[in-house]
Design a binder for this molecule. Structure first.
Ligand SMILES: NC(=O)c1ccc[n+]([C@@H]2O[C@H](COP(=O)([O-])OP(=O)(O)OC[C@H]3O[C@@H](n4cnc5c(N)ncnc54)[C@H](O)[C@@H]3O)[C@@H](O)[C@H]2O)c1
Ligand SMILES: O=C(O)C1=N[C@H](C(=O)O)CCC1
Length: 262
């Protein structure tokens, strides 16, 4: 397998996790920021013989690859995905910020090529459970606000997790605008972003990793469902599971919850 974005925060974690799996082999490491050095020492391992290169297309044309794992950035992920599928390779994507129309296009290409694509805005099992529980709660408590909190180097807002949570909640909640009909903002944006009448709030601070609270309000009560990723290792079991599963898939799965049976 190949890691794209290998020198980034998540890419390095994935490289290390793959080396811990006896039946997995890293055959390539891509990053536009860096070139030509061995990926091993960058992740605290001995030299591995896998050099970081910049050109994904060239690597895929010259190397036998089963799966590419992408943790790059919202501005580049769509182009990367197309390059991988054009080279007839399966794909696991953790990069967030993919637009709905881009997702539709990727679905068409993956289905036509018979390739597997697993896209998950959050690979932490606890986050997947948080989303599932939130969707369940919305059946009974439709007034809800989502507060996502991430490190201050994150580019996209709201987080992919918050959007996915809102989409899952929406399946169990009639569309209606929450709050007072005459409410107004004295500072623009202070009530957060609106998704089908729900509010999403994005907090960015150094020290944070990835956290989310889904707060429901009802008659005389509130319910808070919260998940915290305390380090990036929290995402690795989900990434490794996805690498294993994607090779037997055809088409796109969006969300790790679809791989985890009841
Ligand atoms: N799905 C999840 O569970 C999960 C978890 C954490 C982060 N993320 C997402 O993963 C993405 C990456 O996060 P990060 O914190 O690792 O970011 P980062 O900035 O630390 O790393 C991104 C890396 O990708 C490289 N890169 C950028 N464009 C590239 C391109 N075109 N080709 C090759 N390499 C390229 C950068 O040089 C950098 O090293 C973000 O979208 C983030 O939201 C998802
Ligand atoms: O670090 C990030 O960036 C993360 N992004 C994901 C998102 O946008 O939902 C979640 C995990 C961390």
């Amino acid at each position: 397998m190949v890691v794209n974005g290998a020198c980034g925060r998540m890419g390095r974690e994935v490289v290390e996790a793959v080396y811990r799996e006896p039946d997995m082999e890293l055959v390539g490491a891509i990053d536009i920021r860096n070139n030509g050095f061995d990926i091993g020492p960058l992740v605290g391992l001995e030299p591995t013989g896998v050099l970081v290169v910049r050109n994904l297309n060239k690597l895929l044309q010259e190397t036998d690859v089963d799966v590419v794992v992408d943790f790059t950035g919202p501005d580049t992920v769509y182009k990367n995905m197309k390059t991988v599928l054009e080279n007839k390779v399966n794909l696991v994507v953790g990069t967030t910020g993919i637009l709905p129309e881009q997702l539709e296009e990727i679905k068409k290409i993956a289905e036509a090529q018979g390739l597997g694509v697993l896209i998950a805005p959050n690979f932490a099992i606890g986050a997947v459970l948080m989303m599932k529980f939130a969707a369940q709660a919305a059946r009974y408590l439709p007034h809800v606000e989502i507060i996502e909190l991430h490190h201050d180097q994150k580019l996209d807002a709201p987080s992919g997790t918050a959007l996915k949570t809102a989409e899952l909640i929406q399946q169990n909640r009639a569309v209606f605008r929450q709050g007072h009909i005459n409410e107004y903002e004295k500072i623009s944006g202070v009530r957060g972003g609106e998704f089908e009448g729900m509010r999403i709030h994005s907090i960015r601070l150094p020290g944070l990793i990835a956290h989310q609270e889904v707060i429901f309000g009802g008659l005389g009560q509130t319910l808070t469902i919260r998940h915290d990723s305390l380090n990036r290792e929290s995402f690795m079991p989900g990434v490794i599971l996805s690498i294993r599963k994607v090779m037997d898939m055809k088409g796109v799965i969006y969300g790790l919850e679809n791989l985890i049976t009841e």
